[in-house]
Design a protein around this ligand. Structure first.
Ligand code: ZN
Ligand code: ZN
Length: 302
């Protein structure tokens, strides 16, 4: 699973950053989080194929998080897309997206299904789920956790030998979680595999003040991608507009015991983001201010 930071800036685009959008490359599809203006151009500059995007999660209906949808959908249609596109977001997303798609003379050549989701919803997909919780922003907003299901445990060679299973294709079938028949015996994966191993977990806060709900959502996450609009000298301003400081974001990652922290949605006022990275790094070692088009491969823990 690979994360591609398509845009990392907050509020409006700057010379250095497009507005925040995150693509997660999974086997056979791309899952996208937020899609502000200009995101389709960032996609073209990145390693992500925009035709492979199957689902888009919108954190909230501020322009810097959704205004890129109509242009992206038109380009997909002009490129002959036939696959459905699923869009999820907080209350009001479906009516807003429908209104955007009715602008001008355009009719999508593929089905766009839009769904408002309530905080607390868990959406199950093939091999993973996306949990949505309420973020603490100035308007209804969601934070998302993409979590893979558990993987089969490690193959125990000693147990396999003891059961006299011949090396080869039977090993592979058992490792894949399938039962096998051997000399009239039924051998189940459980007989040769260790305990199931956890899948990977990525959490995206969207725009938010530090929130206990997001700490819970991000518990033991492999990656937390968090709002970091300002530095602590502007703490009051951040709170007034429903945003986090670098220190606030780092405290979230620490409390959640996340493995890695990427900071996004930096205010366009920061050309030099070292103040943010240093501030966060004092609380959460190794915190990274994400850059546009940066990529990060999320590895299995075991
Ligand atoms: Zn924003
Ligand atoms: Zn916002």
């Amino acid at each position: 699973m690979k994360i591609v930071f398509l845009g990392t800036g907050g509020t409006y685009p700057s010379k250095l950053r497009n507005v925040t959008s995150i693509a997660v490359q999974r086997p056979g599809e791309v899952v996208m989080f937020d899609c502000g203006e200009g995101t389709q151009r960032q996609l073209m500059r990145s390693s992500v194929s925009f035709m492979r995007i199957k689902k888009i999660f919108i954190s909230h209906l501020h322009a810097d998080h959704f205004l890129g949808l109509p242009g992206l959908i038109q380009s997909m249609s002009l490129n002959g897309r036939e696959d459905d596109l699923l869009i999820f977001g907080p209350k009001g997303t479906a009516s807003n997206v429908r209104a955007m798609l009715s602008l001008g003379y355009f009719k999508s050549g593929f089905r766009v299904a839009v769904c408002d989701v309530k905080p607390g919803t868990k959406l199950d997909f093939d091999g993973y789920s996306v949990r949505c919780v309420q973020a603490d922003h100035s308007i209804p907003a969601l934070a998302f956790a993409l979590e893979e299901g558990p993987r089969p445990g490690r193959f125990d060679l000693r147990k396999a030998k003891r059961l006299k299973i011949p090396e080869g294709p039977l090993y592979r079938r058992l490792q894949e979680g399938k039962m096998v028949k051997l000399d009239g015996r039924t051998i189940t994966p459980k007989m040769v595999l260790g305990r199931p191993r956890p899948g990977r977990k990525i959490v995206y806060s969207g725009d938010t003040k530090p929130s206990r709900r997001i700490v819970e959502l991000a518990r033991n996450a492999d990656v937390l991608i968090h709002d970091c609009t300002l530095d602590s000298s502007k703490k009051g301003l951040a709170a007034n507009f429903g945003h986090s400081t670098a220190a606030g974001a780092a405290a979230m990652a620490k409390a959640a015991m996340a493995k890695a922290l990427f900071l996004v949605h930096m205010s366009p006022r920061y050309e030099d983001v070292s103040v943010l990275e240093e501030e966060a790094g004092k609380i959460f070692k190794g915190a990274i201010v994400a850059k546009d088009l940066m990529e990060y491969v999320v590895k299995y823990r075991e």
